[in-house]
Design a binder for this molecule. Structure first.
Ligand code: G3P
Length: 217
């Protein structure tokens, strides 16, 4: 399973990419709105210069022609750009049009296996299941993800299943266990993935032993 970073914060992207574990970035209008001083296209361009992988940029139009127009504009920014389109009837029409022209689409705001089937049929490159938001309303996000992965395997859909709205490291592990292709994680969750108290204790002990050895009589 690949890890993407779920942020529009360039300094977070730069730092996380330096750790060698990030294969792409996903943004959304909420994440972009936090970068108050940046023009959207300039921001996407800068992110693409840092990341060696797909960078999702989301349309805000709700009609088909508007979505396709935005998508065409975003596609000119950089070949890494993937167009994020919401799971609506209009969104799937736009996804079909764009995917037929070879433009990669990340279908977002997917909350059920039924919606995932539609996104796959429309030619989505990525299908983003929002785990945290499903759990928030008392649903079992991992069961939904499992069904989507099974559906993909049964019918050989090429769409990649992307676990989004990740809230904690266990979401990431669960997503990997059921066979998601990608998990997109906020910076804070990525940092938590590194942590284990036994790693810290182990490093401390190795260094103490090494210093004792170096200063031996
Ligand atoms: O980018 C989509 C998704 O990851 C949003 O997550 O935490 O706002 O539910 P969240």
């Amino acid at each position: 399973m690949k890890l993407f970073l779920d942020t529009a914060d360039v300094s977070q992207i730069r730092e996380a990419c330096s750790w060698g574990v990030i294969s792409g970035v996903t943004t959304n209008p909420t994440l972009v709105s936090k970068q108050k001083n940046m023009d959207f296209k300039e921001l996407v361009k800068e992110i693409c210069e840092i990341v060696d992988g797909p960078v999702s940029a989301e349309v805000v139009s709700l009609d088909v022609d508007g979505m396709v127009k935005e998508a065409m504009e975003f596609s000119k920014i950089d070949p890494r750009v993937v167009i994020k389109i919401p799971m609506t009837k209009e969104g799937m029409s736009a996804t079909k049009r764009l995917s037929s022209e070879g433009i990669r689409v990340n279908v977002t705001l997917v909350f059920s296996a039924a919606q995932a089937i539609l996104a796959a049929e429309a030619g989505a490159t990525y299908i983003s299941l929002f785990m945290g938001r499903l759990d928030d309303v008392g649903e079992d996000s991992i069961a939904v993800l499992e069904n989507i992965v099974a559906m993909k395997e049964n019918y050989g859909f090429e769409s990649q299943i992307l676990a989004a709205s990740i809230r904690h490291p266990y979401h990431v592990v669960q997503a990997a266990l059921v066979g998601a292709d990608v998990a997109t994680v906020p910076f804070a969750v990525l940092e938590k993935l590194f942590n284990h108290p036994l790693t810290d204790v182990g490093i401390k002990r190795f260094l103490e032993d090494w210093n004792r050895y170096r200063n031996r009589g």
